[in-house]
Design a protein around this ligand. Structure first.
Ligand code: C5P
Length: 242
């Protein structure tokens, strides 16, 4: 059973403030993307990582990977048996993922799609996702219960107070993380046939009418989106080293 990971890393990261593309910003001196690649390579089941680079940053990403990976990767890391490829990304996350899928050589049974912006996902979460795909689920998402109550509102572009339309029962809601795991052929079919925008890959599988299942996510798999998330991510890394 062969598993590849596609890492979309082509976003600008506007919400993080001005600077380099988000995936290339450093956490404790190492680019977020490198942490994310290591998180995938940490799983013994992952034999190939496809990094989808910013369209104008392909060479830079190739250099970064070469610098941080073989030869002489960190002791105990699994870079030694994990190969990687770099391809240029697209306008949307969805397009970037499709370009990553297009670059996969034949022979993979499962594909993980993992945001570069979730650099600290623990290997146990990665393995739990792969395990559920191996057990036959066409799509698997790691997810956590919500801490906050969520309101559905009527968005107002003019900044005036937004009317609340409904309050979904929090007990039935989950915040979804990555890596999301897929049966390879199912994900390829979804990217070839589903049109319209979705915010995650599993949403495309839902559009095909196929089941998506949830496995427990992890608080360290949070997405680095805003400046405060960088502080949190560096604190998590410091705690791991302690
Ligand atoms: O913008 P958001 O935080 O949802 O991005 C999630 C992931 O998708 C990030 O890792 C980002 O680099 C990636 N992305 C991409 N291509 C785009 C937009 C986002 O690979 N055009």
């Amino acid at each position: 059973f062969r598993t590849a990971a596609v890492i979309p890393a082509a976003g600008r990261g506007v919400r993080l403030g001005p600077g380099a593309p988000k995936a290339l910003r450093a956490l404790n001196g190492t680019p977020m993307l490198i942490h994310a690649v290591r998180a995938m390579a940490a799983s013994r089941a992952v034999s190939l990582v496809v990094v989808v680079a910013p369209p104008d940053g392909e060479a830079e990403v190739k250099n970064l990977l070469a610098e941080h990976a073989l030869p002489g990767g960190p002791p105990g890391s699994s870079w030694g048996r994990t190969e990687y490829l770099v391809v240029p990304g697209g306008e949307s996350r969805q397009e970037s993922v499709r370009l990553g899928l297009d670059a996969l050589p034949p022979g993979f049974d499962a594909v993980l799609v993992h945001d570069a912006a979730r650099p600290l996902v623990p290997v146990d979460t990665v393995d739990a996702v792969i395990e559920a795909v191996r057990d036959g689920a066409p799509a698997v998402v790691p997810a956590l219960p919500l801490a906050d109550t969520v309101k559905q509102v009527e968005p107002r572009a003019d900044g005036s107070p937004e009317p609340v339309l409904a309050t979904p029962d929090r007990a039935t809601l989950r915040a979804v993380q990555t890596p999301q795991g897929f049966d390879h052929d199912t994900l390829v079919r979804a990217h070839a046939t589903v049109t319209g925008s979705v915010t995650d890959d599993a949403g495309m599988i839902e559009r095909l009418g196929l089941p998506v299942v949830v496995v427990p996510g992890h608080e360290e798999a949070f997405k680095v989106t805003r400046p405060l998330d960088l502080v949190l991510a560096e604190a998590v890394l410091a705690r791991r080293r302690a």
